[in-house]
Design a protein around this ligand. Sequence first.
Ligand code: KIV
Length: 256
Amino acid sequence: MLSTELTRFKEIGRVITILTAWDSISASFVEAAGADVVLVGDSLAMVALGHSTTLPVTLEQMLHHTQAVGRGFSNAPEKQPLVVCDLPFLSYQCGEDKAVSAAGTLLKHSCASAVKIEGAETETLLVIQRLIRMGIPVMGHLGLTPQSVHQLGYKRQAENKNGQDKLFHQAIQLEKAGCFSIVLEHVPNEISRKLKVDLKIPIIGIGAGNDCDGQIRVTADLLGLTKKQPPFAKPLISGRQICIDALKGWVQSQRS
Ligand code: KIV
């Protein structure tokens, strides 16, 4: 599926579903669940590698995990979900050439056919435009942007008029720069409601209310696998406890 297909989904009113995957098993779950897009998010730094923020994950690790995700799919290539890979911290903040090399490496050596970038500062917009001119589709990410945790924390963004005006402006800039969609994380519902109407590209929400063109979730959060859940991502099952109980049962059965 081409990334531009998501705009067609928006036009026909089909809700877009995106789930994260970080290895072959999680990718096979997400494909079998029928999600439109798989994001190999840099949240894998926390979910799979045990870091306390997304900052430490490297380009090499993102590539390694994206390759594993590709090996987890069973459908024929044309039936597989679109794979988007996060550009990790410091792979695009140091200039356009470095960003093209990082994004190109992911597309060249894995199943990813697009990248996601956080923010819309002037330098970031230049990077996005260059990537798109080089044939690399880009998904934007605004609101709570975890790579800026040391500046923003993990709190809800755009709570006041200034913040909201800035966010609207940035979203328009991302559309103009050529992004094929925008992830909007942990912002008041009214923002996604307005952007959904104002922009032609899809608005994909997480903690941004139901009034979006699509929703994205960290699969480990939905399955209740992580020790600490974000307040806006309610687990569907208590996966962690289910796994612990099953394994405890096995350990005890071996001892008795
Ligand atoms: O890294 C990630 O999983 C993400 C989602 C939270 C959108 O960026």
